[in-house]
Design a protein around this ligand. Structure first.
Ligand SMILES: [Zn+2]
Length: 95
């Protein structure tokens, strides 16, 4: 079995396998985005896909601290929606 890289969720601080988390990135242009590939350029932080931690994505000060940048609520709401639809798609078992 291949060993999975571990990442820490910025909300609950638990270490999990990378594929159990989603990445949020601050692009070099200063935009905050959901990064489904996990490879986008910029400073990233990881959030696990539990409901509690996902709703933390809308917490401006939490994300601002994690990404060391100014965040605005509208932008974070959009990121949150992108992540939740991505996560829900995954649990439906679509391939
Ligand atoms: Zn978490």
């Amino acid at each position: 079995m291949k060993k999975q890289p571990m990442r820490t969720c910025v909300m609950c601080r638990q270490k999990r396998e990378k594929r159990e988390l989603v990445r949020i990135v601050r692009t070099p242009e200063g935009e905050i985005k959901f990064d489904p590939t996990g490879k986008a350029n910029g400073r990233g932080c990881y959030v696990c896909t539990s409901e509690e931690c996902l709703s933390g994505v809308k917490n401006v000060s939490r994300i601002a601290r994690a990404l060391d940048t100014a965040a605005d609520a509208q932008q974070l709401n959009r990121v949150y929606e992108e992540i939740t639809s991505y996560v829900n798609q995954g649990t439906k078992g679509e391939k």
